[in-house]
Each structure stands twice: as C-alpha cells, then as structure tokens.
Design a protein around this ligand. Structure first.
Ligand SMILES: [Zn+2]
Length: 116
C-alpha cells in the first residue's frame, strides 16, 4: 500500500515538475505577456494538474476496492470481475484515463466500472 502511494506520488510530482518547466519555458518565450495570455497559460496548465489530481484520487479509491462482490443493477445476480481495464471517463476535471475493475453480467450482457 505504501509502495503504491509512493508510485502515485512519483507520477504526481513528475507531472508537477513538467508543468513548472513548461510554465518557465512559456515565460521565456513570451516576452511581456498580457493578462489574457497569462490567464490562458495558467488555465491550461491548471486543467492538466486538476486531471492528475482526479486520476490520483481515483487510483487510490480503486486500491480500496478488494475482490468485493458486485451485483448486477438489472438482475441483481453477482457479476464477474473481468480484471483491470482502461476506462475513459468524462468529468468536470477533464477527460480522465483510468484503470479500473470491470464487471460483467453474462445474463444481461452488460458490464460496468463501479465506483466502490
Ligand atoms: Zn444481470
């Protein structure tokens, strides 16, 4: 668990470092920016950091989801855990790409990624 957290932190810090480097590079390449340009770059970089924060929280949530039984919302029978699958999720923090447990109901032929 600690190891996973350290890995998440390393990924997070790498992103923060890249964003800082980009910010400084932008500053060097943009002599005398006006307020609108500053707002633009800050919002762009902030959006990426927000995405990373959301992905970090979702990854931590996934860890707290052991081989838990998930029941089909349609027929209420137990669903099959199909393992980790990449999932694109559209959120207010941006489009997130996350690995989550995927469950499938062979009776109803439907699958989903439960949040806890
Ligand atoms: Zn079902």
């Amino acid at each position: 668990m600690k190891k996973r957290q350290a890995k998440l932190k390393a990924e997070y810090m790498k992103e923060a470092e890249e964003l800082f480097d980009e910010l400084i590079a932008w500053d060097k390449n943009t002599p005398e920016p006006d307020m609108a340009q500053i707002e633009e770059i800050v919002l762009t970089l902030r959006k990426r950091m927000g995405k990373r924060m959301a992905e970090t929280l979702l990854a931590r949530q996934e860890k707290g989801q052991p081989a838990e039984r998930v029941h089909c919302p349609e027929c209420e029978k137990e669903m099959e855990n199909k393992g980790q699958k990449a999932n694109d999720v559209e959120t207010r923090a941006g489009d997130l790409k996350i690995e989550r447990s995927y469950y499938y109901c062979p009776r109803c032929r439907r699958g989903f990624f439960p949040l806890r």
